[in-house]
Design a protein around this ligand. Structure first.
Ligand SMILES: C[S@@+](CC[C@H](N)C(=O)[O-])C[C@H]1O[C@@H](n2cnc3c(N)ncnc32)[C@H](O)[C@@H]1O
Length: 279
């Protein structure tokens, strides 16, 4: 019989690969703050995605009331913080990136939202008081010890913890490449790995798959650009060993449409949540 996967170790390894991919070729300012020249673009991306209604947002909002306090971990440009602040009493937005904080402040000011406090720092090191609810939306992928991340979240939550995570398809391009190179298709820190870590921690969480389906497909201007992105993603920037395989894979699976290459859609978002008291 095969040995059961060490989920925490897999998470840690994939976080390290992701960090190495990001660091390779990054300019000094982006190495200090990866959102340095992308914060505004990120906000526009969220705004576009949020034009459509979505079950995670509806569900989380339905849990709050006018007296609730909410902790938003890795708040980014503050889309969640602003949304939740309109329903709750107070939101604390924890965020390490100066570039993201600058855009978040601007957005909160523009929308005249006064019940959000911004705490500059990284989870789980930053100090905050317990809140009724805590949310971490796609902000856990850079932290190697997911158990420590979640334990601190639980310690700071009185009622319900919410995690939003990428849930990639097992037949996407990245999964196919990961299967070929690493022998398993989990290409990045994601929902499947996190959920198994939660079970090992004794947290039997509920899951709501977003009803908006798969995220819009990635696009690349050329096969070479797609190849560079895929190599960076897999932490292979300086390693030519798999170039032949990756180029053949991309030529087989990318579709040429309207002057650019479309990747097959491969990621949806999963909302994982549990009550702290009834765990
Ligand atoms: C992909 S963005 C998501 C932003 C926001 N939660 C959303 O869903 O729109 C990830 C954010 O998490 C922040 N982040 C990364 N690691 C973090 C950590 N250890 N603690 C808190 N925030 C973190 C990043 O600076 C970035 O703003």
């Amino acid at each position: 019989m095969e040995k059961i996967t060490d989920w925490s170790q897999l998470w840690e390894e994939l976080v390290e690969i992701r960090a190495a991919g990001r660091a390779s070729g990054a300019a000094e300012a982006s190495a200090r703050d990866p959102w340095n020249d992308r914060a505004r673009q990120f906000k526009q991306g969220v705004r576009r995605r949020w034009e459509r209604p979505d079950s995670s947002r509806d569900f989380i909002l339905s849990q709050l009331d006018a007296g609730s306090t909410v902790l938003d971990i890795g708040a980014g440009t503050g889309s969640w913080a602003a949304l939740l602040a309109r329903r709750a009493h107070h939101v604390t937005a924890v965020e390490p990136s100066e570039a993201m904080i600058a855009v978040m402040r601007e957005s909160l000011e523009e929308e005249n939202i006064r019940n959000v406090s911004i705490v500059e720092g990284s989870w789980p090191d930053v100090y905050v008081e317990p809140h009724d609810f805590s949310l971490c939306s796609h902000a856990m992928y850079g932290y190697p010890d997911l158990e420590a991340f979640v334990l601190r979240m639980i310690a700071c939550t009185r009622r319900t913890c919410f995690l939003l995570l990428r849930a990639p398809s097992l037949d996407g391009i990245r999964a196919e490449a990961a299967r070929h190179i690493w022998g398993q298709p989990l290409d990045s820190p994601n929902f499947t790995i996190a959920y198994n870590i939660l079970i090992e921690m004794g947290v039997y969480a509920n899951v709501l798959m977003e009803n908006t389906g798969l995220w819009k497909p990635r696009v690349s201007a050329s096969i070479e650009e797609a190849h560079g992105d895929l190599k960076r993603f897999l932490g292979l920037t300086d390693n030519p060993e798999h170039d032949g395989y990756l180029l053949t894979l991309l030529r087989r699976r990318l579709h040429w449409r309207c002057g650019r290459y479309l990747w097959p859609p491969e990621v949806r978002s999963a909302l994982v949540y549990w009550n702290v008291r009834g765990r």
